[in-house]
Design a protein around this ligand. Structure first.
Ligand SMILES: CC(=O)SCCNC(=O)CCNC(=O)[C@H](O)C(C)(C)COP(=O)(O)OP(=O)(O)OC[C@H]1O[C@@H](n2cnc3c(N)ncnc32)[C@H](O)[C@@H]1OP(=O)(O)O
Length: 421
């Protein structure tokens, strides 16, 4: 456990200390929402899961919170503590406050029966040391207006509506399509509370950055049911050759190929625009398969959700595997020693959702040696153990065991979380 400076202590933060709590994050993240923004954006913090480090004088030096998520994993889901709002006052940095909060967060998550924690990292260098592994990538593409798409049968019969985004009207639609579109995709955390669902659709003027108010494109089938949406804004931009508006997408999802085709055909052909920025997409998003000229789309690939296994056997048995495997993993875990040691992972008979596994401690010789951070990276099936081994991050002790292990841990759908929490 990381000791706090003398006189400092970790405390739970109830709702009536909200002002103090958010003030620390305003100092840490260098922002201050105006009154109107605070009115419009719902309070999404889970006040039974907020905590802080208090100074001897009772003021707060550092804060964090966690969401209660069901994290989709290959073939199932697992209870997950979604770490968020981590902030340390600039004048309290590098004194071990985050390290102490992480110990507290791990202990509380384990007490609540959450075998896994996940987060989005503000900076790449922060969380690896605590055993989090970057478990997914997202792709953001910039696509020129008018980019052609391959045909998809049924797309033509779908209808498109274009409206100003209205939280009262669109929150439920967005949530329903989001849930349906991500079914079966590891990492696809859906927004568990009304406040979080509404928070995805709200549009305080301060967020517009010179663009229009948030709009929503929805795609409907013949019965009128929604099958896709894009939350987006255009930004009025005139140049010598004429209008060059960018289209900036907050989130675009579709439940099926025809709906994806209809959605993107519409978004890629808006008048006055020159380029569409896609927002975060999974690496295997249908858009990337639909583009006739993917070379014309400029991609940016970045780390997406990070995963930390807190209770190794519970986490590894919560997911399914793509192939049968019988494997001894030798795991190091400096922060949670209960995870360290040798674990035999043995798959059973395959079901429709993949191979289930049993995990037990063993004294047998290891096949693979790795840190819990790499196990977190491979956990959602999107980062190959073989690729991690090629970078020297996983060691194959028993020759011939790496590729079967990598095949078993891999998953056909690329993991991603479509929003930052
Ligand atoms: C899930 C989320 O909420 S992500 C948001 C994280 N928050 C932010 O980025 C806001 C701005 N930054 C901060 O509030 C703080 O600087 C934090 C939270 C990043 C770090 O808090 P600190 O209390 O300074 O961390 P702490 O002192 O425990 O540092 C532990 C180790 O991590 C290292 N470290 C901490 N932050 C960083 C960083 N941003 N980059 C590189 N190394 C870092 C420290 O140097 C230290 O290393 P050492 O053990 O080798 O000495």
């Amino acid at each position: 456990m990381t000791p706090l400076p003398p006189g400092y202590r970790t405390v739970a933060v109830p709702h009536d200390r909200k002002r103090e709590f958010v003030a620390v994050d305003h100092l840490a993240f260098a922002f201050e929402p105006d009154e109107k923004t605070s009115e419009i954006v719902p309070d999404q913090l889970p006040w039974d899961r907020t905590a802080a480090v208090e100074r001897p004088d009772g003021t707060l030096a550092a804060v964090h919170a966690s969401y209660d998520f069901d994290l989709p994993v290959p073939g199932g889901e697992v209870a997950c503590s979604g770490l968020t709002w981590v902030g340390v006052r600039p004048d309290e940095r590098r004194r071990g406050l985050l390290s102490a909060m992480i110990d507290f967060h791990f202990a509380r998550s384990l007490e609540r029966g959450e075998p896994v924690s996940a987060l989005f990292a503000a900076e790449m260098a922060i969380y690896g040391r605590f055993g989090y592994g970057a478990a997914a990538h997202d792709v953001r593409v910039k696509i020129p207006r008018g980019a052609k798409l391959r045909d998809v049968p049924g797309s033509e019969s779908l209808t498109v509506r274009f409206d100003s985004a209205d939280p009262d009207k669109h929150t439920d639609l967005v949530h329903a399509v989001h849930v349906a579109a991500g079914a079966g995709r590891p990492g696809w955390v859906t927004r568990p509370t009304d406040a979080m669902r509404r928070g995805r659709v709200v549009d305080p003027p301060a967020w517009r950055d010179g663009g229009e108010p948030l709009r929503i494109v929805t795609v409907h089938d013949e019965a009128g049911d929604p099958r896709a949406y894009a939350l987006l804004r255009r930004k009025e931009t005139w140049a010598d050759p004429g209008p060059r508006y960018p289209v900036l997408i907050r989130e675009a999802v579709a439940t099926d190929a025809a709906a994806a085709h209809r959605l993107w055909s519409f978004v890629l052909d808006l008048d006055l625009t020159a380029e569409v920025s896609s927002g975060m997409l999974p690496a295997d998003d249908p858009l990337l398969g639909l583009l006739v000229d993917p070379r014309g789309a400029v991609p940016r690939i970045a780390d997406n959700i990070w995963v930390r296994l807190l209770d190794l056997p519970a986490a590894l048995t919560a997911r399914r595997y793509s192939a049968p495997v019988d494997l001894v993993l030798e795991v190091t875990d400096a922060r949670l020693p209960a995870n360290a040691g040798r674990w035999r992972l043995t798959t059973g008979e395959a079901g429709a959702d993949g191979y289930p596994a049993e995990v037990a401690t063993t004294d047998d010789e290891p096949d693979l040696r790795l840190d819990v951070r790499e196990l977190g990276a491979a956990y959602l099936g999107g980062r190959s153990l073989a690729a991690l081994a090629s970078a020297g991050l996983v060691t194959e002790v028993t020759p011939g065991t790496l590729l079967p292990a990598a095949a078993a841990f891999g998953w056909p759908l690329a993991p991603v979380c479509s929003w930052v929490f």
